[in-house]
Write a protein of this length. Sequence first.
Length: 389
Amino acid sequence: MYAPPGVKTNHNEFPIPDTMKAWVLGNPGELAIGKKPVPVPKKAEVLVRIDAVAICATDLEIIYHGPPASIQGGLPFNKNFTPGHEYMGTVVALGPGVDEYKIGQRVAVEIHAGCGQCKRCREGMYTSCHNYGLNYGDVDKGHRANGFTTDGGFCEYQVNNINTLVAINDEMSDEEGTLVVTAGTAMYALTELGGLVAGESVCVTGPGPIGLMAVAVAKALGAQPVILTGTRDNRLEIGKQLGADAVINIRKTPDVVAEVKRLNGGKGVDYVVECSAATSAVNDAVRMVNRGGKVCLAAFAHEEVPVDVAHIVRNNIYVYGIRGEGKSATHRAEAFMQQKRFDATKIHTHTFPLDDLPTAIRYAKDRVEDAIKVVVKANTGAAQKEAAE
Ligand SMILES: [Zn+2]
Ligand SMILES: [Zn+2]
């Protein structure tokens, strides 16, 4: 029985085995299910029983190409690495000294636990930790980014620093819980990094999960108008349900920049959140913002593209990248969700058992049945593929 020294458990209510099911990445694109020891929480850490984990486009990048995962300083292949980072679950064991959370508490988890020592961590920007990935061999800086630099969530249990936990109430479903961090990323982009205040105008390019959550969070923050651009009408329709005042299908609109300006009284918008990774995206975005406006780049582009720097300079445009969900923005996103300011579950489309991870990945990758967020669940013997309502 799982009983590491100094670790608090409650085996009557939450029995913990010594080993667990875990998916492991072999060669690119190859996942195999096997057994791993249940990990042990250290100081300031808890053991989370993973109740649901969503598949992210970044998981697909990691599984098929490697980066942005970095395991032992290199590519993640054939290193006994378990990917998956968008999970939620139940606290089932407490590391030494932990009293901030209780056994049995449901939590969403942020991905990044910074080292807590570097300049950026001290500023609350722990997703930009200067000791990123330095947690192997003799080097242990305390940094973890589960599913990127340390084992992630495509398994039954994982260890999380208490700073990464966001308590959620019982009204929130497991599936919705996996979206707290997605919404938190949008919050970080718009407020902590962007400085958005109510009444400012926003255009989101690309209706993927982060783009759709950016629409929802922007509207909940009081942005006006919120415009969403994309190529798929069904996703644009979900954007409307999440609060977009206007949507633009770029396949049907020859000049999307002119259309964004038209929708905002002839001027560009104050913010563009770029979530499409399209080749023309950056140049379009810097023309969609007004002079002095801000462009947040939230998508991983696959190729280098020429950018009209002179236009950016002449117009005093701010361009910034975003990595993850810093400055505890996730807690504020969860507060919106708890108040039902938007319904994040609209982007959840499918659930599969953990054992069927390859099927779930195929649905997410090939967008089978218009899949957006696909979730896998370990602890539902009866978990069936289900369409979200
Ligand atoms: Zn993700
Ligand atoms: Zn750090």
